[in-house]
Design a protein. Sequence first.
Lengths: 455, 112
Amino acid sequence: MDTGHAAWVLTSASLVLLMTPGLAFFYGGMTRSKSVLNMMMMSFGAMGIVTVVYILWGWSMSYGTDAFGDGKAGLFANPFELFGLTGIDAGAYVGVAFQLTFAIITAALISGAIADRVKFSTWMVFVPIWVTLSYFPLAHMVWGGGFLSGADGALATWFFDDVVPVDYAGGTVVHINAGMAALVLVLVIGARRGFGKDVMRPHNLPFTMLGAGLLWFGWYGFNVGSFVPAATPGVAGESGAFYENSVQFATNFVGETGLVWVNTTAATAAAMLGWLLVEKIRDGKGTSLGAASGVVAGLVAITPACGSLSPVGSLALGAVAGAVAALAVGLKYRLGYDDSLDVVGVHLVAGLVGTVGIGFLATSGGLFYGGGVGQLVVQVVIALFAMLWSGVLTLVVALALKYTMGWRIADEDEVEGIDFVEHGETAYDFASRSGAPRGPASPLATSVKTEGANA
Amino acid sequence: MKLVTAVIKPHKWEEVREALETFGVTGMTVSEVSGYGRQKGHTEVYRGAEYDVALVPKIRIEIVVDDADADDIVGIIVKSAQTGRIGDGKVWVVPVEAAVRVRTGDRDEAAL
């Protein structure tokens, strides 16, 4: 791997890692004040547990040798081949760093759908099982030369000989996957007490704006860091033999990463405006929550498409994604499912808009650019397959946990507030004059004993 | 002695305080409160979902005053807090039996 490229991938990995605390703020601001800590802990918990399983078997299962058949186009790779990263090529650590952060945020994305009501212990068991059964296989299928890649025998080759599915940075693997898992979990776990009756408005929208800003910033690592040298499609972390010299590589690198940055920004800006426009027409006012949500919807939509669209095409995709997601988040009230922070409405819907939108807007192969329907069909097929895979496996895990550990905290605990019940803390000190330090654990208590009359 | 309690719009608080200080009121207790009257609440929209927010934020002022000053003080508060629109608030007066200044032990009028 070119050293400049490696430096950028490590920088990108760090940017993507920051997205998950950003997501914690984005979601945390939208919850009620009694459950903000739990919401943020679901993201931080994912940072802990996903890192452990990624190092142990996540990388091996995503990018190791194929577990099935002739080593091509399989569903997942052998989880034990590079267990604990033992035997890994030293040049691949950069790839591990980058991909690890994607696995973390994908799991954390799901948490917004089931806010305020889920046992922290069950979440911490769900996450490692879910990434193992749903995320690592999809990462392998799409980026590891597996069933949803352009490899021989992969799903797309059943339809066309020469059409390669496009998912630049995770429309299927990350957003459709997390959005579908969120939908299934919401249906298994059920609505919050008082859903549709009680006021459940966001308690701190500045947090949500801050989180949206951090996500936007980190997303440059997510998308721009996903550049893969052209010679080895689908394999992260390898410099291509395709290039005859370093100048060729540099030209390709500079041209593509610059385009991806511009496309990412174009779609995000347009999506924010699209969401605000829907609000202005429908509700009379553009809201800060709408702006923050539009930003995320645009980032989601451009994620799979950022390498194959023109900047103008990205503006169009973003505007459509922002408007469609703004309308989609209202569906949960009509359909009666409590996707608390709209993971389905934003990530599944915008993820589908982006993944399928490639079929229309790709400058090479898109329907609007004279490429025929081949790419469109392939994009629809991989989106449907990702939904099916994620939906079925999430359902299995969700039901297994429902009948063993159980998902829900007690009704009265949910009303009192999950922060105190699950973590023994409250986010805000509304009355600092109440209460006193207790026991020798408090430094204040011990220092008080040494002063005064008996000292 | 009388206890004058006023619940007013938060943005009128500075005007009311200045008017009371000009009159010679030297102290008061102020708290941020919420409630509703004829103003009811208002509607807020989050991602297209409408919420009725029942409680409206207000400022509550409490002043213990001489009997003779009570009417004037009520007049000053009403004049300075008025916008003429719904939700301006209320002022009421109740008799006070006793008052003590904690620092000195002074009682009643001397404690004010």
